[in-house]
Each structure stands twice: as structure tokens, then as C-alpha cells.
Ligand binder design. Structure first.
Ligand SMILES: [Fe+2]
Length: 267
């Protein structure tokens, strides 16, 4: 199975009003819990029509069986946005694809952007980025390759996304560097799927789990399970412990939980 090649794909008008409303209700319910974390909003809702619709649509598109790994709710506006990053934990797996779903407002222009020519192929994968004024330093954690470039150049050459209407989805390659691209206030839900490559599900050059504890959790669960339902059951068990909840929400701005709890109730 080839790596999902395009950096993003805009799929128009696939979710109904009912689909969006059900996702909003689940977000509201999730963030009304005292112990809420920004991720695993959908973990106990994988049989709802909207989730099954999205999964089937993508499976047909990429011609592979998809496995739900995670999801997260994010609210961004002029006070908070995601800066340049890629989803390091997904390098645990051979293949990954994220689905970005706009919940509100009805339309947003150019919500995300991508770096044009970093992480565009496995020989040029980097897992870490440090920005020091105009200097961007990228490091590959499996072979310690590094490269540097100018932030101004990256910003100038970034790949933009179009206007997204509620009901559209954006599929994105999470191994590419991406960030929030507009300060327009918006609520979105992102679902992370993984799928098999030529070596199976797990990557043969995973990230060191001492830096990313979730990498260790995912690797152990996959290795100990005979099917994906066991992985999901294992995740539900892990999420009962504060230590694992911390590890499994580390990349999703857990410091913004108060903001998310407030904003999700406005959906
Ligand atoms: Fe991301």
C-alpha cells in the first residue's frame, strides 16, 4: 500500500446536518466530564453513522482497511492556534491519515497550512522542529539527520487550504508539518486513522518511546493484541490511569482544557 501521497484532500459536502449535530453533542458531553482530556472524544462512539460513513469513504478512497487510533477536539481563534508541528506519535505506524472536520462556524477559509517540501517523502522525514527567530532546525530521531532553513521562506512557500464549509472534510497527511493558518474562531474535530504498509501496521523505524510515552503505549498494545478491538479495549483501560491519560493527550494542548470545556458547550 502506497503512502497517502497528497498533503491534503478536500472532500466536499459529505456530512449531513445530523452528522455534524451528533459530533457536536458528543463533544459537549465529552467536555462536560470533570476528567476530560482533549482526545478520545469518539472512543465510545465508533458505531455512530457519521463515524462509519467517514471511515468507509476513506477506505474506498485509499483502498485500505483503516484503524481508528485517536481523535481530538480543538478550538482555535486569535488567542490560540497550533504552531508548526507534525504528529510525531503517528510515526509509530507505517501509514496514517487524519480527517479534519469543521464543526463551527458554517465556513472557514484556509484553516490549515502545510510546509511545502519537508517530510514530503520518507528520505526527508524529520520528527522535531526547533524555531529560533528565523532559523528552523529539523531533526530526524531515527538517524539523527538534520537540516536547517529560514522560517520566512517556509511561511512564504506554505501550502494553503481552500474555504471549507460545514459538511466538508479535509483529509491530511499528519506526517507533514502543518499548523493553524487563520485566527478566525473555529471548532473542529480531528480523527486519526492508521493503516498497513508493506511491513504491517507498525513502523520498522519507530520513535524512541522515552521521548514520547504514547509511542510505547501504542506499540505495546498493538504487539499484545490479536485484533484491533483488543487495541481499543486496551486504550480504554489505559485511559483510566492519570499517567496514561497524560501521555495520550500530550500532543493535544491539554493546557487548553479549560478553554475547550467552555467553548465546546457553545456548540
Ligand atoms: Fe497536528
Amino acid at each position: 500500500m502506497a503512502e497517502f501521497s497528497s498533503v491534503f484532500e478536500h472532500i466536499k459536502n459529505v456530512l449531513s446536518e445530523d452528522d455534524i449535530n451528533s459530533l457536536k453533542q458528543i463533544c459537549k458531553k465529552h467536555f462536560s466530564q470533570e476528567q476530560a482530556i482533549p482526545s478520545y472524544v469518539l472512543l465510545d462512539y465508533l458505531d455512530i453513522p457519521v463515524f462509519k460513513k467517514i471511515k468507509l469513504l476513506l477506505e474506498e478512497k485509499i483502498n485500505a482497511k483503516l484503524y481508528y487510533l485517536n481523535d481530538f477536539y480543538i478550538y482555535t481563534d486569535n488567542t490560540f492556534s497550533a504552531s508548526w508541528h507534525m504528529d510525531t506519535e503517528l510515526f509509530t505506524f507505517e501509514r496514517a491519515i487524519n480527517v479534519w472536520i469543521l464543526l463551527s462556524p458554517d465556513s472557514v477559509t484556509d484553516p490549515l497550512c502545510f510546509m511545502a517540501d519537508i517530510n514530503d517523502k520518507p528520505e526527508r522525514y524529520y520528527h522535531s522542529l526547533k524555531i529560533d527567530s528565523d532559523n528552523c532546525m529539523f531533526v530526524n530521531f531515527t538517524n539523527l539527520d538534520s537540516t536547517e532553513c529560514s522560517l520566512a521562506t517556509i511561511e512564504q512557500e506554505r501550502i494553503h487550504t481552500p474555504t471549507i464549509q460545514v459538511g466538508d472534510i479535509l483529509t491530511i497527511n499528519p506526517k507533514r508539518f502543518h499548523k493553524t493558518n487563520t485566527s478566525e474562531a473555529k471548532h473542529s474535530l480531528v480523527i486519526k486513522f492508521v493503516y498497513e504498509g508493506s511491513n504491517g501496521l507498525l513502523s520498522d523505524s519507530p520513535m524512541p518511546s522515552e521521548f514520547w510515552p504514547e509511542v510505547g503505549i501504542f506499540t505495546n498494545l498493538v504487539n499484545q493484541s490479536t485484533d484491533w478491538n483488543q487495541v481499543l479495549s486496551g486504550l480504554r483501560e489505559e485511559l483510566k490511569t492519570p499517567e496514561s491519560r497524560k501521555a495520550l493527550s500530550a500532543g493535544f494542548y491539554p493546557e487548553k482544557i479549560d478553554l475547550y470545556q467552555r467553548m465546546a458547550q457553545t456548540l
